[in-house]
Ligand binder design. Structure first.
Ligand SMILES: [Ca+2]
Ligand SMILES: [Ca+2]
Ligand SMILES: [Ca+2]
Length: 332
């Protein structure tokens, strides 16, 4: 059976032998949810021309006219009373099955290097990022001495003087480090800088190129700056409903607007992994163990817990793919 989207131009069509040109026949569209329960119906008429009647419609518009949320519509039953007896006869009714719009979510996890020690070995090295469709987002600390951080924008008391109305430099932030720093798009900003674009506009293919094609190490001779991505990197893919995807993008756009405080200590702020988890939980994907703060922890959870939420891929497990092996020449 061919499937359609709610935005497609559809046509109901019947042979209407008992009618003259210009006469009209009854049409009924019944909108149904995923359990084929009726959400509403529209009665209309179609004119007969050359013993045929055609009724064009766009399902989304019909839903709107009936004040039905279009994302709830999964089937439409169409009926044209081609013999004019006011009954649903053989060959007068069709059931149209719709494709639910879905979006691919890609979570990217860089594991701590196997030779990592200290905080790094505890799993706080490595990184977690995500893309919604092709929009790429991630979160990390900012130690940029050239920036001025506006506390109002960051929604944080960065200089820790008890208010949120200062414009501060890195040096004004007490004990700046991975336990307390302004947040920023982490890989996102590095990618944006190379491409001379805005960090909010980074797309997934650019992130893949950055992670898998560029050297991790900086080269002093050629002045080429490395990506510093030396751990094993996986991508984890699953599908969500379009509506969830739109909310996820909105969540990250808000985060990029107010970058808040980065901290590996959860009572102070967020880090790469908790940010991704918080975003997913915001749209109801909260099967992940919230105590897991580390990239290898989130990878484990994603492997075992995450399932697609869209109708086409309902309950399918996430697909995990290794995209980069750890650097052999990295030393702690
Ligand atoms: Ca009939
Ligand atoms: Ca302040
Ligand atoms: Ca102040």
């Amino acid at each position: 059976m061919s499937k359609y989207t709610l935005k497609d131009n559809l046509k109901l069509k019947v042979d209407a032998h008992n009618f003259k040109d210009g006469e009209s026949i009854k049409v009924r569209l019944t909108l149904l949810d995923e359990n084929k329960k009726e959400l509403g119906k529209k009665e209309d008429k179609a004119k007969v021309q050359n013993k045929k009647a055609i009724y064009p419609f766009i399902t989304e518009d019909i839903a709107k006219s009936l004040s039905i949320k279009s994302e709830d519509v999964i089937y439409v039953k169409g009926w044209m009373d081609s013999d004019g007896d006011d009954k649903i006869g053989y060959n007068e009714e069709v059931l149209i099955d719709f494709i639910e719009e879905e979006v691919l979510i890609t979570v990217i996890v860089e594991l701590p290097h196997s030779k990592e020690t200290g905080w790094g070995a505890k799993g706080l090295a490595g990184h977690t990022a995500m893309a919604i469709g092709d929009r790429f987002f991630d979160y990390g600390p900012d130690y940029d001495t050239t920036k001025t951080f506006d506390e109002e924008e960051y929604l944080a008391d960065l200089n820790q003087d008890g208010d949120m109305d200062d414009k501060v430099k890195v040096n004004d932030i007490p004990n700046i480090g991975f336990k307390f720093a302004p947040g920023r798009p982490w890989w996102g900003e590095a990618i944006a800088k190379r491409l001379k674009k805005d960090a909010t506009k980074v797309i997934l293919s650019e992130a893949f190129y950055f992670i898998t094609k560029l050297p991790w190490e900086s080269n002093r001779r050629t002045m080429v700056q490395g990506t510093n991505i030396y751990g094993t990197v996986y991508k984890i893919e699953f599908y969500v409903k379009k509506l969830q995807a739109d909310k996820l993008i909105k969540w990250w756009e808000d985060r990029y607007k107010h970058l808040k405080v980065y901290s590996v200590e959860p009572w102070k702020g967020e880090q790469c992994t908790t940010t991704v988890k918080e975003a997913l939980a915001y749209v109801g994907i909260d099967d992940i163990d919230w105590n897991t703060l580390t990239p290898d922890g989130i990878l484990e959870d994603l492997k075992t817990e995450i399932k697609s939420t869209s109708r086409q891929h309902k309950d399918e497990k996430a697909k995990i793919t290794l995209i980069k092996k750890e650097a052999k020449n990295w030393k702690p």
